[in-house]
Write a protein that binds this ligand. Sequence first.
Ligand code: NAD
Length: 429
Amino acid sequence: MARFTVALCGCGSRGLEAYAPFSKAWPEKMQVVAGADPRPERLEKLRKEYGVAPEMCFASDEELLAQPRLADVMIVATQDRMHVKDALAALDKGYHVLLEKPISPDLGECLALREKAHETGRAVVVCHVLRYTRFYAALQELIRGGAIGKVQTVEASENVAFWHFAHSFVRGNWRREDETSPMILAKCCHDMDILRWLVGRKCLKVQSFGSLDWFRPENAPAGAADRCLDCPVKDGCLYDAERLYLTDPHCGYERVKNGWPVNVVATDPDPDKLRAALRTGPYGRCVYRCDNDVADHQTVNLLFEGGASASFIVSAFTDECYRTVKVTGSLGQVEGNMTENTLRLQVFGKPERVIDLKEEQGEYSGHGGGDYGLLHSLFELLEAGRVDGLTGVDASVESHVMALAAEWSRAHGGQTVDLAEFERQAGTL
Ligand SMILES: NC(=O)c1ccc[n+]([C@@H]2O[C@H](COP(=O)([O-])OP(=O)(O)OC[C@H]3O[C@@H](n4cnc5c(N)ncnc54)[C@H](O)[C@@H]3O)[C@@H](O)[C@H]2O)c1
């Protein structure tokens, strides 16, 4: 088994916390040899924890990409709107690319990347990590194996959780469409990808409704301040940042220690660092008085080739973060909850079969095992001299067309969008 060298373009949560640790778990497969990030503390972490040489640490993507090729693979884990620029430059340098999702909120850019990937013959694997989880892989295997006959409908939901939504989509990085992406792309390109994969046919049409309903100034409690630390009505507010990031049982420091999401609020967090960050930083703002504009709930209806249809709901307003799915077919139905990691298969006329996938999780962790499953599969692909992975650029562009068309529909009163036409016009209907 060959060992692949990796350059990290962007050493944030994904680059440094989700992917770099793979090189410690399986040093025989992956070695981090270079990285770029404008935040000096991230580069210091790269040097200290991964032994990357100082001359291989760069202050920007541009500096890194101005060098000759430094590794076999570039992991592009910068923010959404930088992905395509970085990936195109990396392909030109001869890297294989592991590209964070979404590829881009601009469909024209997604199509340009697909073309460049074909032209250079290098691998572009998009981080649609759910396909690599035991849960969705087992579900897809059952369906492809004919267990429920011909797929008729899929019903899926993404329950974001009120605290996660506030962290990422109200106070955090994905709150504004002009800076990153619409929520249905940022959060749900995964779900669109999974729907397409489970049905096994091309999506033909989508239609969507949704809005930013709750996280708006008119819903602030009377007397609320702009920042939680100064707020006279913080007690009893579900979104008080001090409580959320310090003591909340879902996401507070007392529970997650230096894990996500508190390590986004402060690097190597402790209660003092967190309070200091909440005093001046974005995560200490009142959720009703932020500059957010992305939808907080959305529904999408989808029609696939061959007649199958799907219905998907994403909502900020759930207690926990989890996905559910139910697929019906001509011979049976199968449903499950990703967090429970169990599938219930009912072939009509036979006893129900409960498939418990928890034991099969093995050493993988992060996104239900998807993060490491993705890297594992990338290295297997490269080792075999292939470039067409499970979440390659062709399949991934399809899910981006679905998500961006859903957003277009939502913004245009729920009009039905023909995906072939939407793609032909590169998303500019
Ligand atoms: N696959 C998944 O399930 C998944 C989950 C979360 C996030 N993401 C995606 O991963 C990407 C990164 O997200 P994140 O949570 O790591 O965000 P992040 O903000 O923690 O990381 C981005 C990093 O890029 C750095 N950066 C900014 N400008 C740069 C430049 N010019 N050159 C190099 N680096 C630069 C930032 O300093 C930061 O450290 C996003 O596109 C996000 O949508 C994917």
